[in-house]
Design a protein around this ligand. Structure first.
Ligand code: PLP
Length: 476
């Protein structure tokens, strides 16, 4: 015999009664009867379980007069939560400009317009309008990439990790790839060169030592099993002191002598001399090609400033081998990414204009005076909003470029710094409550916590009115 149901169950409304409740008519209208019914079932089930487990609060709530209304509003929130995208726009005030966790480069307007257009309907992605026959999706990008980089040929895949994997599986399956011990990097998010090589089916042959690798180390390692020489730009760290690495031109000479391809993973890679804008030097794709690299791979969404993609440039014969690899099909980019890449590439035809047209360069070249003006305007607003909770001040700070690009070079910037006001011992709690309140705003604000203070680096804050408008919703 089963126990009779607890007496509280009689206070639970039926699923149908809830579905017909006027309080829920709007959610039923927007999200459909079936999804609301499913949510109601889940919520009622949870309540029954709580009661069965002897949860007294639940038992009491059920008997209260406002119970039905509360239940309706709970259902409303749950349904809305489930249907609202969890992917939202945020303010990046972390001080890291190319922030991988926040989606890296922001795109220029022309690219966004092109993406929308490509998304809206059919495009001649793999269709030759001249002949009316099937075309090659790479042709659209290849011409422009080659025009700008001077490369013989080019192709594009999902990201730079994919570019490295495709290069290795096309040119070095079950064969040796020579790489300096000083370049066995981990990029973060589990991209580690030794593991990438393993997954691509290549055999890693380490050359030299962590701090010093000479040309003769490569030369001594070459044998009949060697498929290629690889050079990885050590983008997120720098070995200093007693160091020696072999530059692309020397490696190219050696690779050429032994008829081996030289593949360079530039990581971020850039197509222009960043020093002309007062930024630190970062190796360019063109320089790697001119120095004799046979293939160069780089990211679309790091310093290049475009959508997520991996761009591969170099010798026609090698690019053709990559394109014939069945894996290329699995790693290819879609029409929307392509549309954006093309527009960003067009901007590179007028390099001098880039800081005003390409968001990544606008952010990186923004003057500390200009950032300071934003800080001055923001200070009184934040002070008023946080009165009693925290003090706010303006301080110089340093931004990072991020994503491994130019890791040791910092850019002078300005921050507003939020110091929690609390009794000793409670400051951490208050600090985290303030930081959470900013992250819970309609457009969440992500800053950096350091030394018990919340720091907002304002380098990437451009729309101050948008930022201040929502501050009244801060729930401290
Ligand atoms: C960032 C980086 C990668 C990975 O590029 P994704 O575009 O993130 O896939 C690979 N190699 C180097 C040296 C990098 O800096």
């Amino acid at each position: 015999m089963q126990d009779p149901p607890p007496s509280e169950f009689q206070f639970l409304p039926s699923v149908d009664k809830l579905l017909q409740a006027p309080q829920l008519s709007v959610v039923v209208g927007s999200f459909g009867r079936e999804s609301v019914r499913a949510e109601i079932r889940t919520i009622l089930d949870k309540l029954r379980k709580k009661i069965l487990s002897g949860d007294e609060t639940a038992g009491r709530q059920i008997r209260e007069p406002g119970f039905f209304d509360n239940l309706c509003s709970q259902i409303q929130h749950c349904v809305a939560d489930r249907f609202n995208s969890s992917l939202v726009s945020v303010f990046n005030l972390t001080g890291t400009v190319v922030h991988t966790n926040l989606g890296r480069a922001s795109l220029p307007e022309t690219a966004i317009t092109a993406m929308v257009r490509a998304a809206q309907g059919p495009v001649n992605l793999e269709f030759d309008l001249e002949t009316g026959k099937r075309g090659d999706r790479d042709t659209h990008l290849e011409q422009v990439i080659c025009e700008i980089t001077g490369a013989e040929a080019a192709t594009v895949v999902n990201n730079n990790a994919a570019a490295v994997v495709l290069s290795l599986t096309s040119l070095a399956v079950n064969r040796n790839v020579l790489i300096s011990r000083g370049e066995l990097v981990e990029i973060g998010g589990s991209f580690r060169i030794p593991e990438v090589m393993g997954s691509a089916g290549s055999i890693l042959k380490e050359v030299g030592t962590t701090n010093r690798t000479h040309l003769k180390d490569y030369e001594n390692a070459i044998d009949s099993d060697t498929a290629l020489i690889m050079k990885v730009h050590t983008s997120n760290y720098e070995i200093r002191g007693f160091t020696k690495s072999v530059e692309v031109d020397e490696l190219a000479g050696l690779a050429g002598k032994h008829q081996l391809p030289l593949v360079v993973d530039l990581g971020s890679g850039t197509l222009i001399d960043l020093q002309q804008f007062g930024l630190p030097h970062e190796p360019t794709v063109q320089a790697a090609l001119e120095s004799g690299a046979d293939l160069v791979t780089f990211s679309g969404d790091k310093l290049f400033g475009g959508p997520q993609a991996g761009i591969i440039v170099g010798k026609r014969e090698l690019i053709d081998r990559l394109k014939r690899n069945p894996l290329k099909r699995a790693l290819r980019v879609d029409k929307v990414t392509m549309a954006a890449l093309l527009e960003v590439l067009f901007l590179y035809r007028s390099p001098k204009e880039l800081p005003s047209r390409l968001p990544i360069l606008r952010d990186l070249t923004r003057s500390v005076e200009n950032i300071g003006e934003t800080a001055e305007q923001l200070l009184p607003v934040l002070e008023q909003q946080l009165a009693g909770c925290a003090t706010v001040s303006i301080e110089p700070c340093q931004s990072q470029i991020g994503s491994g690009a130019l890791p040791l070079e910092l850019l002078e910037s300005t921050a507003v710094v939020i110091d929690p006001v609390a009794s000793k011992g409670a400051t951490d709690v208050v600090l985290h409550r303030i930081a959470l309140a900013f992250r819970k705003l309609p457009k969440p604000v992500v800053g950096r916590i350091r030394d018990g203070r919340l720091i907002f680096d304002l380098r990437c804050l451009h729309d101050l009115p948008e930022f201040t408008r929502q501050l009244s919703e801060l729930e401290l």
